[in-house]
Write a protein that binds this ligand. Structure first.
Ligand SMILES: *Cc1c(COP(=O)(O)O)cnc(C)c1O
Length: 368
């Protein structure tokens, strides 16, 4: 047998040990934080489960805001670790209201933790992070933010908002690979993580990260680092920094705005008002006599279009404009594909006007 030829995906140089701290520092800059940043070898869902499992303890009062399946899962992990969880469940496909959050906080004065997803790619909504963070700060409650989808697509000022724990992944707006994720941890969160029932010797243990990574000078990582994923994360950060974080966020905002213009010109309504909408995904409300499954069956080769999630799934089509998709080509293709599917179902739609509206939205130079 001849020796197999080198393969660039397999025969990689090892990732340099001093490179991990550099990656963590660059992620801290993206997060706007001086808190510790932990590198988790796994997709973001692993980091979220680690946070819930490490912070929760028997009897801990927690407010868990649910605007998608991610929030539901987070509440489940908190409960499994013994926390007393109050779910605040938003209306299907809508952001949580401040009133609902305030009521839950008032009804649970002993709560010590509040969990929230910043922006949802599942429904295309943006939760009012700043105001909710202010409510939590007033009461001295720890905040845990799932910013996996929003980082790179929305402003995320971790320290300015006093966010205690923020979980991010490179695979959405940052346009990277999903194999690594990161968690920022404030001093107050470390205090809570140090409880008597905290997991140790576990892939889900935050204390293991502190012992094996922070306390040893951020050289070796816990476990066996994947060079492939670390090179990919470094490449994603190189690209984000070359574009500039403000420009990346502005590109997502412009894609969202152009998508909305195109939808309106097609005669469709975006599901939520601009202030409630994320820059990552736009949910289009279908005419009442059409179901999403019917419309999507009439679409061909348009990976940017998908059904909604949850109880409103059949009322909505989602147009994705995240990461590399946050640009003219995908926004235009999404609108044309949706328009032509509607036309094939007998709807009166003006695809040309929609395409023109998208082009108009891109004629303006939004570079910050
Ligand atoms: C994508 C996403 C995650 C992480 O999901 P993975 O399956 O790990 O990619 C978590 N939260 C939100 C809000 C997301 O959009």
């Amino acid at each position: 047998m001849p020796i197999p030829a080198p393969n660039p995906l397999l025969d990689l140089p090892p990732f340099p040990a001093e490179g991990y701290a550099d990656i963590a520092d660059r992620l801290a800059a993206v997060l706007g934080t001086n808190n510790d940043v932990l590198l988790v070898q796994g997709e973001a869902i692993v980091a979220l489960e680690a946070v819930a499992t490490s912070l929760a303890q028997p009897g801990l009062g927690a407010i868990n805001i649910v605007t998608s399946p991610y929030g539901r899962m987070f509440g489940g992990w908190l409960r499994s670790a013994g926390a007393k969880v109050t779910d605040v469940i938003a209306k299907p496909g809508l952001p949580v209201t401040l009133d609902a959050v305030r009521s839950a906080l008032d009804a649970n004065p002993a709560a010590r933790l509040l969990a929230l997803v910043h922006a949802e790619s599942a429904s295309g909504i943006l939760n009012p992070l700043e105001q909710i963070a202010a409510l939590a700060r007033e009461r001295g409650i720890l905040t845990v933010i799932d910013a996996v989808a929003s980082v790179g697509g929305h402003t995320l000022d971790t320290d300015a908002l006093g966010l205690d724990v923020v979980v991010i992944g490179p695979q959405k707006s940052l346009g990277g690979s999903p194999g690594l994720s990161a968690i920022s941890v404030s001093p107050a969160a470390w205090k809570l993580a140090g409880h008597a029932a905290a997991p140790a010797g576990s892939i889900l243990s935050l204390l293991d990260h502190r012992r094996l990574w922070l306390d040893t000078g951020r050289g070796a990582l816990p476990g066996m680092p994947s060079a492939l994923e670390f090179w990919a994360l470094r490449a994603a950060l190189d690209r984000v920094e070359a574009e500039g974080l403000p420009a990346l966020i502005a590109r997502h905002a412009q894609a969202a705005e152009a998508t909305r213009s195109g939808l309106v010109a097609l005669g469709l309504k975006p599901w939520v008002a601009p202030g409630d909408a994320s820059n990552l995904v736009t949910s289009a409300r279908l005419p009442d006599h059409l179901a999403a499954s019917q419309v999507l069956a009439a679409v061909h080769n348009s990976p940017g279009l998908s059904a909604g999630v949850g109880g409103i799934a059949e009322r909505l089509v989602r147009l994705n404009h995240t990461g590399a998709g946050a640009g003219f080509e995908q926004v235009l293709a999404n609108g044309v594909a949706l328009g032509s599917a509607l036309a094939s179902l007998g709807e009166q739609v003006d695809i040309g006007a929609s395409a023109e509206a998208v082009a108009d939205a891109y004629r303006v130079n939004r570079t910050p």
